[in-house]
Design a protein around this ligand. Structure first.
Ligand code: FAD
Length: 512
């Protein structure tokens, strides 16, 4: 093949987390033949929120070859063992969505079915129903404010552990920018004011900046955030609106200083017209009220946020607007949208940065040549659409499965029609606790189980495969498992001490 056949210049528009994650990963994953350039405008700035992640981020950082301690210091990061949900299923109710797995043998199917059988039979237990979270190392470590290293040895209880990070998203972008630039990625500062297209094909050929500079390329990656400068404003890919299912459309965000110990988890507290996040970092706590403007005014949302902070806000609340849904085409012609430009489903389960990572992985798998084969593009679009739809269903579950009827938002979401794909999952679970996970799916059985049970969905029976098993022996096994988990957690260091001891604490972090 001649050089004409291959892509030579990749232009990434946007220098938020999506732009620099993409630049860093392409610089690492492609050979030096490619010229990679990021165009970003400091006048426009970045969205500047997005501090909680899920475990696959570790694979992304490892793929880049980042040193974990350096990454944590540079981004003022903390560990995240899951999400504590307060007042979601009902006011006053609390549950934990842990990472890792339930039980100690990493075989969730049987563990959960045994748990169901014991709980439905009842008399084998002292003190009533068995709490599922007693059998999760992550949930128990989170409750105790502790952290320790995960193990690769399947015989070690710590192999059932899992974790992700909370980090300062602006610092993460800057850290990746330095990393990518060291690998040869070029950066152009300036605002794109015009996009040139081939008159026949409509392919993007060049970007014109306010300064008059022209940036040409073969493949353009749109990381321009909600505006979708190339994918929507230029190519008009269209948007599939999911606001009927996910009615949140705004957020008010304000940081404050930490009060109390450094918790290794995100907290999500349901409120009158949405929910509030609390994300502890080394130097501050990130907070935000995500709400639906159909059910509360901006002023009332900001007042509710500031009334519910553990300390005075360190800055005035910032308002962010969004529209839940996805682009109809994430890849059109020679433009691939990654990040907020490809769609957004609200931050409830910290899935946006993960979708950036998933898009980059799939782009590498489907990396085009200059022919931009339509079949390759179509498969990419279908795979990303499926990723987004399974995440959408998981998020919708949190709203649909609630007993709350104390405010208009909660009455609306409880009564709303849901996709058949989600209705089927709930029906299967209600029958006898079956969890059906799709092959490519990001959320694990642990996640579905935690949220289904946490939100009050209860199976009527259990699997016939465990019906004949000796319940007393199972109950003994559960008692031992609970005691072993408690002992293991007791031996773990405190979260902040772990960070300090392993050289992960940033020198300028405010908290001692
Ligand atoms: P942006 O950060 O908006 O970056 C866009 C870039 O494009 C900027 O550099 C801008 O300067 C540039 N640009 C735009 N137009 C032009 C132009 N004309 N010329 C030149 N440059 C241009 N995700 C999570 O995973 N976890 C979370 O906890 C989480 N919380 C969130 C909370 C809220 C309220 C919101 C709204 C989002 C949250 N997200 C979260 C999503 C997360 O913030 C984003 O996915 C992530 O930051 C990537 O953003 P981005 O890079 O796509 O867009």
């Amino acid at each position: 093949m001649s050089d004409e056949h291959w892509i030579q210049t990749i232009v990434i528009v946007g220098g938020g987390s999506a732009g620099w994650m993409t630049a860093a990963a392409l610089a690492r994953g492609l050979d030096r033949r490619y010229c990679i350039r990021v165009v970003e405008s400091q006048d426009i700035g970045v969205v500047g929120v997005g501090e909680a992640t899920i475990p696959p981020i570790r694979l992304f950082n490892a793929m880049l070859g980042l040193d974990e301690a350096e990454f944590m210091r540079e981004t003022q990061a903390t560990y995240k063992l899951g999400i504590r949900f307060r007042d979601w299923g009902a006011v006053g109710q609390d549950y934990f969505h842990p990472f890792g797995v339930y039980g100690l043998n990493a075989e969730l199917g049987h563990f959960f079915q045994y748990w169901l059988k014991l709980n439905q039979e009842g008399p084998h237990q002292e003190g009533g129903a068995l709490a599922l979270s007693d059998y999760s190392l992550c949930a128990q470590a989170a409750k105790a404010g502790r952290f320790d290293r995960q193990s690769d040895d399947p015989r070690d209880p710590m192999s059932t552990f899992g974790f992700a990070y909370h980090f300062d998203t602006i610092l993460y972008g800057q850290y990746l920018r330095r990393f990518a630039q060291k690998l040869g990625v070029a950066r152009t500062e300036g605002e794109v004011v015009q996009v040139d297209q081939n008159a026949e094909t409509g392919f993007v050929t060049a970007l014109r900046l306010k300064s008059g500079q022209v940036v040409e390329g073969d493949l353009f990656i749109d990381c321009s955030g909600f505006r979708g400068l190339l994918i929507e404003q230029t190519l008009k890919a269209g948007y599939e609106d999911w606001s009927d299912l996910l009615p949140m459309d705004r957020a008010a965000a304000a940081p404050c200083a930490l009060k109390g110990p450094l918790s290794p988890y995100t907290t999500s507290t349901a409120r009158e017209a949405g929910w509030q996040w609390r994300i502890p970092l080394q130097h501050r706590v990130g907070n935000g009220y995500v709400y639906s403007s159909r059910f509360i005014s901006d002023d009332d949302a900001v007042a509710a946020l500031t009334a519910n902070l553990e300390n005075a806000p360190l800055a005035e609340a910032r308002l962010l607007r969004f529209n839940t849904g996805r682009r109809r085409k994430m890849w059109d012609k020679n433009v691939v949208a990654i990040g907020l430009s490809s769609g957004f489903m609200e931050p409830l389960e910290s899935t946006s940065i993960h979708l950036v990572q998933a898009s980059i992985n799939k782009l590498l798998q489907h990396f085009p040549d200059r022919s931009f084969a339509p079949a390759n593009r179509d498969v990419y679009n279908r795979r990303i659409a499926t990723d987004m739809e399974t995440i959408r269903d998981f998020l919708v579950l949190h709203y649909k499965a609630t007993a709350r009827d104390d405010a208009a938002l909660w009455s609306y979401v409880r009564g709303m029609a849901i996709p058949d794909s989600l209705a089927e999952r709930i029906a299967l679970f209600e029958e006898r606790g079956q969890l059906v996970i799709h092959p490519d799916e990001m959320f694990t059985p642990t996640s579905w189980l935690a949220v289904l049970l946490g939100q009050g969905v209860r199976p009527r029976s259990y699997s016939p495969l465990v019906a004949g098993q000796d319940s007393r022996a199972i109950a003994d096994g559960f008692r031992n498992m609970k005691a072993l988990i408690a002992r293991r957690v007791e031996a773990m260091p405190n979260h902040a001490d772990y960070l300090k001891h392993h050289g992960m604490w940033a020198a300028q972090a405010a908290m001692a």
